[in-house]
Write a protein that binds this ligand. Structure first.
Ligand SMILES: [Zn+2]
Length: 371
């Protein structure tokens, strides 16, 4: 493959983040690295790995601009990569002789407030969408303050009617709803709304480390009732709330989460290359055995770890598709009104308003619009 599907951190407005989520085969697993800090260390053996979710990610600065095009380009590269490597299998987690190649879109701004775009992403193989990245969208809130200028003046809009329509449509399509990066209020609203299990694909425990990217206990309880997953993020700032962390502290998150929600609600979401700074000895996915050893030492059972590494994610994926199957006769809806980019807002010039009014009043306008 000739396309450079890697990208250097921060050097492009978009990049693919591989191997955030891992599903090993029981306790035996080896690692595929989509990309890490050593740019040359791109591919490692696939053996024992059954699936990888590649994140198509475009920066928040593309919101209301070219986010859809850039996301499509990311999806294109992932699809080509999955096609050109015979070890990969698109869209399926059932063919165990190959590694499933799944696509996630990380950041709701990538759909540009368009449910048809969401549907087309599904057609292209996207099976998970993180509802926000580090910016608000017109319909959901982020946990981050990085981009305070995006839709910051909304009130009581943690999940607008359009946001609820996005959740409903993801349920209907059979897409995983990912709540990492969303505000707690948005996560709460989604957990109340979604008929299918949801995931926090790369977040840790707020009680162990009080960072806003982590998940507080009240949401964990809702997540357990929902049947979803919290997939532990290994980034030092989310593990220790400072730059130095350790494998032992990561294991503390696992221990705490097991006490609160049980091993059946936990997964792994390392966030390699989504972040910089990881505990010594856990710098990339090849080091996961060190964590597993620590958990075994803390009396985690082989069955619990098999769930964490593989079975929990498969269960959630299966549940999401069962909900989809139950909704098969539910027709797709027209896009409800939304508010992206202040379109149709008073910011339109008087001349633009006049032209728009004339167009709408024109006798052929309905033909023009429907065509
Ligand atoms: Zn992320």
């Amino acid at each position: 493959m000739t396309t450079d599907w890697r990208c250097r951190h921060g050097s492009r407005s978009s990049c693919i983040k591989g191997c955030s989520w891992i599903m090993g085969n029981g306790l035996k697993f080896n690692i595929f690295i989509g990309r890490n800090s050593q740019e040359n260390d791109v591919m490692k053996p696939f053996s024992y790995m059954n699936a990888d979710m590649f994140a198509a990610y475009v920066m928040c600065t593309t919101q209301d601009k070219d986010a859809v095009r850039l996301t499509l380009e990311q999806i294109d590269v992932i699809r080509r990569m999955c096609t050109e490597y015979p070890e990969l299998e698109k869209h399926s987690v059932l063919i165990l002789s190959k590694m499933a190649c799944l696509i996630s879109v990380e950041g709701g701004h990538s759909i540009d407030s368009s449910i048809p775009v969401l549907r087309m992403f599904y057609q292209l193989g996207v099976r998970s969408v993180t509802l926000t990245h580090n910016c608000n969208t017109p319909w959901a809130e982020t946990s981050s303050g990085y981009y305070p200028n995006f839709y910051s003046k909304r009130q009581n809009n943690s999940l607008t009617d359009f946001g609820k329509a996005v959740v409903d449509e993801m349920n209907r399509l059979g897409m995983l709803i990912d709540l990492s990066h969303t505000s707690w209020a948005t996560a709460h609203a989604v957990l109340q709304r979604s008929r299918a299990p949801v995931i926090f694909s790369h977040s840790s425990s707020y009680t162990v480390c009080n960072h806003s990217r982590n998940v507080p206990d009240n949401l964990l309880q809702m997540l357990k009732e929902n049947g979803g997953l919290i997939m532990v993020n290994f980034h030092s700032a989310f593990i220790a709330c400072k730059q130095e962390a350790s494998i032992s502290l990561v294991a503390d998150h696992f221990d705490y989460l097991r006490r609160v929600v049980g091993a059946e609600s936990i997964g792994i979401g390392g966030d390699y290359d989504g972040a910089t700074g990881f505990p010594p000895g856990l710098e990339d996915v090849s080091k996961y055995p060190a964590l597993i050893c620590e958990l075994l030492r803390r009396n985690w059972t082989v069955e619990e770890l098999a769930r964490v590494l593989r079975l929990n994610f498969l269960r959630v994926f299966d549940s999401v598709e069962k909900v989809r199957n139950s909704l098969l006769k539910t027709p797709s809806k027209n896009t409800p009104p939304c508010c992206r980019g202040g379109a149709l807002s008073p910011s339109l010039s008087p001349l633009s308003w006049a032209l728009l009014l004339l167009t709408l009043l024109h006798p052929y306008s309905s033909t023009v619009i429907s065509g």
